[in-house]
Design a protein around this ligand. Structure first.
Ligand SMILES: N[C@@H](CCC(=O)N[C@@H](CS)C(=O)NCC(=O)O)C(=O)O
Length: 238
């Protein structure tokens, strides 16, 4: 069994939240837009007549042809099919889904810092608004999200769902923290001492034996100008 993962080539983006558990659990998948025709093939595939068309990538096509989209929904689906990446009991699976939805809210807000007016405009066309948005994000939203996950870990232990094994939500939190460290290195460094549990989870995921090959491979794309972007003028210690 193998899945087809459709996501823009060249950036980790939201595709990375799907890639990480697939890689860590050794679930076979093909990265479709990395093959011949690249993103043009993705645009063409998105336009295909389907009963379940995706609005936007990432989406996963199963062996029986179903196209599953919305990042958190893809992970919910994978968690039901592959017990290694999510809790076995229903309440646990809903819990990690809830966490994933919160993470996706956080990701959307992180993106909107550099694109506060419109996705169809360049950053250069919305710089004053971005500077204003960044201030509130750095001073209020970033600590609020970090504090939430710190509190969850205080209650649950090393992993977000409790227990001794990671779930896809832990891998996603790792990726969000990595993205934010890339985008806001000064602010994240200032906040780090207050979020020791989140930092420890980040380090634990980075050290997972089942992720070492992937993290060292060319499939693990560097951050650049995708969801998480580094504009020094949007970063700051406060
Ligand atoms: N809520 C969706 C958002 C999907 C999304 O915004 N995808 C981006 C790439 S990361 C895209 O290509 N969007 C095109 C669009 O919204 O028109 C999810 O979590 O998957």
């Amino acid at each position: 069994m193998s899945y087809d993962l459709w996501y823009w080539s060249g950036i980790p983006g939201r595709g990375e939240f799907v890639r990480l558990p697939l890689e860590a659990a050794g679930i076979p998948y093909r990265e479709k837009a990395w093959q011949r025709d690249g993103d043009a093939a993705l645009v063409k595939d998105m336009a295909r007549q389907r009963v379940d068309p995706p609005f936007a990538p990432p989406y996963l096509v199963t062996e029986d042809g179903a196209a599953i989209s919305q990042t958190a929904n893809i992970l919910l689906y994978l968690g039901e099919k592959h017990p290694r990446i999510a809790p076995r009991e229903l309440a646990g699976r809903h819990w990690v889904h809830q966490l994933q939805l919160t993470l996706m809210d956080w990701v959307a807000e992180s993106h909107d810092v550099h694109h506060p007016v419109g996705m169809d405009l360049y950053y250069e066309d919305q710089k004053p608004e971005a500077a204003r948005r960044a201030e509130g994000f750095r001073s209020k939203r970033l600590p609020k999200f970090l504090d939430y996950f710190e509190r969850v870990l205080l209650q649950r232990g090393d992993w977000l769902a409790g227990g001794k094994h990671w779930s896809y939500a832990d891998l996603s939190l790792f990726h969000v923290v990595e993205g934010l460290r890339f985008a806001f290195p000064r602010r994240m460094a200032m906040l780090a001492p207050d979020f020791k549990r989140v930092s420890a989870l980040r380090d634990a995921v980075q050290a997972l034996p089942e992720l070492q090959d992937y993290l060292a491979s060319e499939r693990r794309l560097p951050f650049s100008d995708g969801l998480f972007r580094h504009y020094p003028e949007l970063d700051g210690e406060a």
